[in-house]
Design a protein around this ligand. Structure first.
Ligand SMILES: Cc1cc2nc3c(=O)[nH]c(=O)nc-3n(C[C@H](O)[C@H](O)[C@H](O)COP(=O)(O)OP(=O)(O)OC[C@H]3O[C@@H](n4cnc5c(N)ncnc54)[C@H](O)[C@@H]3O)c2cc1C
Length: 390
């Protein structure tokens, strides 16, 4: 059996699901291929319930949240906390404070769970006439010279399309099948994540500490809770992950100067090796790579999925008009417009990581002075906040 669609999206993670959501009412027929669809989450609970929290919790820019809301993808399953203030501490007295009020923004970011946002995006896809969901894995691809590619599925059926979208994550199967190489930089850090209940209320503040053992972030969650991301060398990551819940909580509270008092671990730690990737090309006739399939960044600027959402936003916009969705001219124009944003974020997060990885005392002094300078120069800090809000 051959199933024909204008667009086939491989991967229904946050980026693939957001694109599918945005294409729902467009002129094209769409197939979303995802072998592991998200399970519907338990209904959200109010207040201080002790229900489970996803270990993958991200910061989303207000621009992306507004876009997802406008597509109907930010629904009841999502539990989100607004960030009104962000305090960044250097490793020798440098401080940088971002305040939404001072920048004239309603909030700096939103914090929410990967799993619940993905489930919410998927809920919005049900009963959509131009969209089909397929859960059978693909085993091979036939690449058409005319840009019409076909995916051969494990059940013997074929998905034929005019545009194949690879949204299948950092280790993209589609990218491998297409023989597209990528630049790979191993940051030699593990991102250790865990969630905690806090003794003191966070009042919508986020913290980040640049330390000798890496970068520690507290992201506020609804209620008196926080999500921690500690980007740190593998030996220290192993120590954190082997700690008992109480030991881990006291290490994390101490490293954060007890900014939120004592902590209680509510989600066991998980570790993610951190790597920068950049695919050699993002588009070919009838093919687009987006989200982590095209690029990954260090999480210290909280921009990985935000870049992917901006890919999906622009691609959905490009595909609003009828006509061949895989036509290379419009795909090249799309990729050209996305390149600067990705290059900037890779440069900023990579440079910050390198700058704070150096131990020489002169560099330590300069970087901390730099933070204090930015803090006392409102046009610079406000420009940074406005850029991050996109
Ligand atoms: C520690 C850490 C903290 C982070 N914090 C932030 C943050 O605060 N803010 C931020 O913006 N980003 C953050 N990120 C980055 C973010 O996690 C990723 O950018 C984002 O999850 C990528 O989404 P994606 O949809 O492109 O890929 P994925 O989430 O990897 O989804 C890929 C999907 O494709 C499916 N798939 C895989 N193979 C196939 C196949 N062969 N066929 C069909 N489907 C397939 C998978 O099942 C999955 O559903 C962080 C990352 C890390 C590691």
């Amino acid at each position: 059996m051959v199933i024909e669609s204008d667009v086939v999206i491989v991967g229904g993670g946050l980026n693939g699901a957001a694109l599918a959501c945005a294409l729902r009412h467009g002129p094209h027929t769409v197939t979303l291929l995802e072998p592991k669809p998200p399970l519907p989450p338990a209904p959200p609970t109010e207040g201080e319930g002790s229900d489970a929290w996803d270990s993958r919790i991200y910061a989303y820019s207000p621009g992306n949240v507004n876009w997802i809301k406008s597509q109907g993808g930010w629904g009841a399953p999502v539990r989100a906390q607004a960030v009104y203030r962000m305090r960044i501490h250097g490793d020798a007295g440098g401080d940088l404070d971002f305040d939404a009020l001072e920048a004239g923004l309603p909030e700096l970011a939103w914090i929410a769970e990967n799993g619940r946002l993905q489930a919410s995006l998927w809920q919005s896809l049900s009963d959509t006439p131009n969209l089909r969901v397929v859960t059978t894995p693909a085993e091979a691809v036939t690449w058409g010279d005319d840009g019409r590619h076909a995916l051969h599925l494990a059940d013997g059926s074929t998905l034929a399309s005019r545009l194949l979208v690879a949204a299948d994550g950092a280790n993209s199967w589609v990218r491998r099948q297409a023989g597209i190489g990528f630049l790979l930089e191993d940051y030699k850090h593990i991102g250790v994540v865990a969630n905690f209940e806090t003794e003191k209320p966070h009042r919508g503040a986020a913290w980040q500490w640049f330390r000798d053992d890496g970068v520690l972030a507290y992201l506020p969650l609804p209620g008196n809770r926080l999500s921690m991301v500690w980007s740190t060398p593998p030996e220290h990551a192993a120590l954190l992950q082997a700690s008992s819940p109480d030991e881990l909580a006291s290490r994390v509270a101490r490293a954060g100067g007890h900014a939120l008092g004592e902590l209680r671990c509510i989600t066991p730690p998980a570790g993610f090796p951190l790597k920068r990737r950049l695919a050699d090309t993002w588009v070919r006739p009838g093919l687009v790579l987006l989200g982590d399939a095209a690029h990954t960044v260090h999480p210290l600027a909280g921009q990985g999925v935000n870049l992917g959402f901006r890919d999906s936003r622009l691609l959905a916009n490009v595909l609003k008009s009828a006509g061949d969705p895989g036509e290379i001219g419009r795909l090249i124009a799309y990729a050209a417009r996305r390149r600067e944003d990705v290059a900037t974020m890779q440069l900023v997060s990579g440079s910050l990581r390198k700058l704070f990885g150096r131990q020489e005392s002169l560099i330590r002094t300069l970087r901390n002075h730099g933070m204090n300078f930015a803090d006392h120069f409102p046009p610079l800090s406000q420009a940074l906040m406005h850029h991050a809000a996109l």
